[in-house]
Design a protein around this ligand. Structure first.
Ligand SMILES: Nc1ncnc2c1ncn2[C@@H]1O[C@H](COP(=O)(O)OP(=O)(O)OP(=O)(O)O)[C@@H](O)[C@H]1O
Ligand SMILES: O=P(O)(O)OC[C@H]1O[C@H](OP(=O)(O)OP(=O)(O)O)[C@H](O)[C@@H]1O
Ligand SMILES: [Mg+2]
Length: 325
């Protein structure tokens, strides 16, 4: 078997594209697109064994499912909708803090008595009884809708598959209600629709996702460690601060206790010698309490700084995935 490169699928358009590029560059991963405007492949600068593919968010979900891509950035909504067995075919490595959107059940605002899924059950039964037809739901989230309605005990409906402008379906008369994704709610409001009180099916955001179906040879595994090592180093750096100080004149300070109280660590160990320097690292939220504690304990010149990357021997993201391969 040939030792294939790691295929990294990156959004090439749409809502996730810009944020995804920013995420990779923060982690020091420079996407280099091959020459030619129609070339949808690239590499990562300085990292061998990786092929970048530029695809739409839904194609990325598909390629992770089939194993054509090893790693990708896509919306959790697409993973849950498109994969029959997400838990068995992919690993959601980490949410990325962008691409937030919810998949919701929305009905016409004019249905003033309909507020919850249980009310919808009544609407469906009445429609069936009085008009002899089933309630129609316009959506492209066919699988998520079937699952959610089954859990709500509603069976009397029909799905009208929508390819776009789903919110327009009720006004156009092609469906009574819709299931779609929303962020600001602007599109729903513009179409005189409202979300049911218990109608939020999924809160989604962009995730870094790994395929369990891809072929993970040595080259791909080595590339995985390198990529996830940088991503983890950036995240560790972003969520922590480095706190430095000079030892008290007396040289006496109980750093272990102070560290323990403020979730801090001494990444370079305890200071040596009377004019040693204390270097600690703590979560962003703990910075002021830790600094106060150091000052109270007699430490001098306490300063706090951001760090760009914090590399470590441990690679929790990679280990979690490799344990499943
Ligand atoms: N307000 C939003 N509306 C739609 N998608 C959003 C929104 N906010 C975040 N997303 C995320 O972006 C994903 C789809 O992005 P987008 O619509 O840009 O892709 P696309 O280019 O239309 O993909 P395709 O052409 O395959 O449909 C969604 O599945 C969701 O995860
Ligand atoms: O709640 P809002 O902030 O108003 O956003 C929701 C709208 O955005 C998405 O469409 P998109 O712009 O991605 O177009 P598409 O349907 O062509 O993908 C989604 O399908 C909704 O129509
Ligand atoms: Mg879209």
């Amino acid at each position: 078997m040939t030792d294939q490169p790691l295929v990294l699928a990156v959004p090439s358009k749409g809502r996730l594209q810009e944020n995804a590029s920013a995420f990779f560059s923060r982690a020091g991963l420079k996407l280099v697109q091959k020459a030619g405007a129609r070339e949808y492949r690239g590499t990562l600068a300085g990292l061998p064994g990786i092929e970048v593919r530029y695809l739409s968010a839904s194609e990325i979900a598909g390629q992770l499912a089939s194993g054509a891509a090893h790693l990708g950035v896509t919306g959790e909504d697409l993973i849950r909708e498109m994969l029959p067995d997400p838990a068995g075919s992919v690993e959601l490595l980490t949410p990325l803090g962008f691409g937030h959107a919810s998949v919701v059940v929305a009905v016409p605002q004019a249905w003033i008595d309909v507020r919850a899924m249980s009310d919808l059950d009544e609407v469906a039964s009445e429609m069936r009884l009085r008009q002899g037809r089933r309630m129609r739901i316009a959506t492209k989230y066919v699988n998520l809708t079937r699952r959610f309605f089954a859990e709500a005990g509603i069976a009397d409906y029909r799905i009208v598959e929508s390819l776009g402008a789903t919110e327009g379906a009720p006004a156009a008369g092609s469906a009574e209600i819709i299931v779609d994704i929303t962020t600001t709610g602007t599109t729903l409001a513009a179409n005189a629709l409202k979300i049911l009180d218990d109608g939020v099916m999924l809160r989604s955001e962009a995730n870094l996702v790994a395929s369990l179906k891809a072929s993970w040879g040595e080259t791909a595994r080595a590339a995985l460690r390198a990529v996830l090592g940088r991503i983890a180093a950036e995240e560790r750096a972003r969520t922590t601060r480095e706190v430095r100080a000079a030892l008290p004149e007396s040289g006496q300070i109980d750093l272990a206790t102070i560290a323990g109280l403020h979730e801090a660590e001494l990444p370079y160990g305890a200071p040596r010698g009377a004019d040693g320097e204390i270097v600690m690292r703590c979560p962003v939220d703990a910075v002021f309490d830790l600094s106060d504690a150091l000052v109270q304990a007699g430490a001098r010149a306490v300063s706090v700084r951001r760090i760009d990357y914090a590399f470590a021997a441990e690679n929790p993201l990679a280990e979690r995935l490799l344990a499943r391969l």
